[in-house]
Design a protein. Sequence first.
Lengths: 350, 618
Amino acid sequence: MKGWMGKFKALFLLSSLALFLTGCGKENLTALVPKGYGAKSSMDLIILTTVIMSFVLLAVMIFFVIVLVRFRKKKGQEDYIPKQVEGNQTLETIWTIIPIILVIIMGVPTVIATFDLADASKADEHINVDVTGNQYWWHFDYGEDEFQTSQDLYIPTGEKVYLHLKSSDVIHSFWVPSLSGKLDVNPENENTMFLEAHEEGVYWGKCAELCGPSHSLMDFKVIAVSPDDYEQWAKDMNDFDPEAKPKDTVAQEGQELFEEKSCMGCHAVGSSPVATGPNLTDFGNRTKIAGILEPTKENLVDWIQDPEKIKPGNEMTGKYPSLSDDEADKIAEYLLQLKPTDVAPESASK
Amino acid sequence: MSVAATQKKGFGAMLWDYLTTVDHKKIAHLYLAGGGFFFILGGLEALVIRIQLIKPENDFVSAGLYNEMITMHGTTMIFLAAMPILLGLMNAAMPLQIGARDVAFPFLNSLGFWLFMFGGLLLNCSWFLGGAPDGGWTSYASFALTSPGHGIDFYVLGLQIAGAGTLMGGINFLVTIVNMRAPGMTYMRMPLFSWATFITSVLILFAFPALTVALFLLMFDRMFGSAFFDVALGGNTVIWQHLFWIFGHPEVYILILPLFGLFSDVFATFSKKRLFGYTAMVFATMLIAFLGFMVWAHHMFTVGLGPVANSIFAIATMAIAVPTGIKIFNWLATMWGGSITINSAMLWSLGFIPTFTIGGMTGVMLGSAVADYQYHDTYFVVAHFHYVIVGGTIFGIFAGLHYWWPMMFGRILNETMGKITFWFFLVGFHLTFFIQHFLGLMGMPRRYWVFLEDQGLDLGNLISTIGAFLMAIAVIVFFINIIYTAAKGEKSSPDPWDGRTLEWAVETSPPPFYNFKQLPLIRGLDPLWIEKTEGKGKMTPAEPLGDIHMPNGSILPFIMSIGFFIAGFGFIYHGDHAIWYLALYGGMALALGCMAVRSLKDDHGFHIKKEELEREAD
Ligand code: HEC
Ligand SMILES: [Cu+2]
């Protein structure tokens, strides 16, 4: 008996310790610290169901331990034959009725929340963004405002932003754990959800449906800025002049190379409704390159020279003429200077 | 074929015997061996997965290979390890439990096994032929259509062939239980394991056709240019998800219900008490099976089916907790007031209770649709289904193996090693999977080849990997135990546990191939126990000693399955080169030819003469 309990205890202590050390996860990534409407809604239900079910678990465990302590075969009574009980109506009714009541307690708020989160009737009064999932990047088209971004989605805080999700290839799933639960991005129909961030911040987003070798590298960000900043950002993005020349010559050469080496065929700088590759209008402000790399020039050159090594199976590999390091360097210089606005990820963490 | 001739034989004769056997007990051995083999494969794949995730941005395996690993781990464990081992246990115990001499269709039984085996081998051939399937065990249509190479084709044909075998097994068990119960063995006197086999077979009967259809549609899409799931041509990928889960959800009950039955038998036996609330247990099992068909869309809460569908499926899902709760409490009540012996079989059954309850607890939590928007497709779900499938099915399989090993092989598995296995596995299991609940909520989706640095996921993953190795040690000890027991294990009497049900009422251990010389007369629930406490201590025969009619063995099922196996390659490669049509038509001809032979040639089996049986008794 000692051994039993001892091992359970050790197990319990070890896992609690582990939990304590890891805490609730990384802020603005973890679902355990909700910072948006949807995530809060889910968290409330997570807590409710966990608490109720923990009581059930506790009841089972108490019952279990008593049985194990009291009813082990006793020394000297090896031949003891216990009474053969058929059942007990009252007891069995009790443990049928109580779970039914618990299910009702959990079911009602679930239904209410389900309908609440699915309500898109007021979408026209808010910002609407068309989100396209692609192997392995995200595209955000701000509809009436004629501009697009990729990888980084900017939203104002304190307001519902409606997202219309659709995939250009296979099924993906749009998940920003700290802001909201996930919704699938299907190729055949548009799914609508909303995000409402309660506070400013750069929130991690992830693809949650297996979509190919680089599924685990399909990260993106939601950047929630103050409504004022958002307005400024939208204005700057709208005013962006695609013809503008960079100031220094290296970057200018980079810009020419960008056209020459057919990067332009897939990547728009400035507004473009079709997107076979990420829109690079505000690339200089990106939180990450290709969703995962720190935005340094070195990393960017690495990406341009060999995207396959970084994201296996991506759609850019092999679709453009090879570049010398020098050329890649110039393009990188150009791309990193694409900062049409001062509203950047840093604005969200003031 | 004389009775004595079955005793000592050379290897060749033994091999031939197993290739042609239609005896449910030998087919059980085959299922256990086949399932055990694939269990090791699936386990190795699991270790590769955990090694890859031991630290952030690891590159132990490439992204493509990783996706193949997760796909094959899941597919192998469910279709090629858990299912066959369960079918093996059912074959071993159910006919004995209901007092039958064999299953209703012994030939089909053998065919079912060989189809499973060759389907599994076909699927695993993909490793050597350009890459295994990589779409996850669910193989969602949009990605499965675009996945290059032949991996997914192997998945489709391998599962189609193996699935046909399972379907046959299910039908066979149904007919057996309906028709072949011994005199007096009414439905409400059947042991819970036989009940569970019956209900599971119903689930197989209704669930597997959905998979068959889904696989055919995918096969047409990939190999014959149709467009059921191809959105560009007007297809729809959500249909795959519906078909898959209409099969897939009942499938998880197919995996767990037999063990619910087994645990009921084990708890009763080792507490020396009748099962508490037998009737409620039977109806709870039926209710779980019924509800199991009503909840498939809880795997699809995030697909965008709308709030009405999500609400209905959420409530239905939570409702399953009610019959499951009844079962848990009735098991505890069975032990209450008993005289409990704790050996390996019982340890696994006891370990099941807290483990499975945690799995059930997270199951209800997952049922809350809006909460599921967070859990879905994350490590939380991975943790949940391992708690129920490992904590229920695998714990149950270990319990069943320890419990029935004496009946199957005439020897008792070593207790010390049994306990070592249990404790290593239990600790390893919780170490691996408990933390994964939190990893999921902390933002780690499932099927992630790598997790990035600095996301707070490092420690949890490391702990999880350590746990996986403890489980591996446990499994290794178990296999050593099997070898040790085969060589030096303690010989068992036919009734080593002071059993209550008919499988312990046979004359020898393992039982003679005709099971019962005279069919026993059943006087109530726990028939052997009744005779022990109120009767003569052994079963009363229900018939005078007479000739016993037995089926002949046949090699046809084996050849037929090879035919399908060859045809499988033909289907997969016919698009690459016309020569493969040869394999396609040749394989099908072989299989259909065997069917023709089987249909046209009368085989009436043989009789064991009364005199022979009498002689043997001396
Ligand atoms: C065939 C179309 C195509 C061509 C041509 C192409 N790219 Fe890409 N590019 C993509 C795609 C698709 C991605 C997204 C990859 C991913 O993350 O999976 C991408 C990603 C990028 C990114 C990261 C974007 C971000 O938002 O983080 C950069 C930078 C980039 N490409 C630069 C270039 C340059 C420079 C060239 C020319 C030398 C080029 N691309 C040519 C398709 C293309
Ligand atoms: Cu994706």
